[in-house]
Design a protein around this ligand. Structure first.
Ligand SMILES: [Zn+2]
Length: 123
């Protein structure tokens, strides 16, 4: 399983998804997307970055319906609907979706895995 590391204290947030946030720091654009523990580390980072912020609970990304809604919003936003993202913010938020996919995707069947190998897309 992939890790999602708190920007401040370095804890792997996948070990305690319930007490973690995805935070979006912005001025005109989303400048930075980070993940952190939801009270102490978040407050320290708010002061450090001194930007406006909004957040989603990390648990939202363990709910298949919310995961899909958040992913659709992100795709719309990087295609110009609403706020735009810096390259760094796109990379960070993409990493959140990849890490959290473990919670919402089912495991591939052997047939599906064989097919992907046949396509040469798995090592
Ligand atoms: Zn932390």
């Amino acid at each position: 399983m992939k890790e999602l590391i708190c920007e401040y204290c370095g804890k792997n947030l996948l070990d305690n998804v319930n007490k973690s946030n995805v935070v979006f720091y912005y001025r005109n654009n989303i400048e930075k997307v980070i993940v952190c523990c939801n009270i102490k580390c978040d407050e320290i980072l708010q002061k450090k970055y001194n930007l406006y912020s909004k957040y989603n609970k990390l648990t939202d990304y363990t709910n298949p319906i919310l995961y899909k809604i958040r992913l659709n919003q992100f795709i719309d936003e990087i295609n110009g609907v609403g706020m735009s993202y810096t390259k760094d913010a796109i990379k960070s938020y993409t990493d959140v979706f990849i890490a959290m996919s473990e919670f919402v995707f089912r495991c591939a069947t052997q047939e599906e895995e064989s097919y992907v190998k046949l396509l040469g897309m798995l090592g």
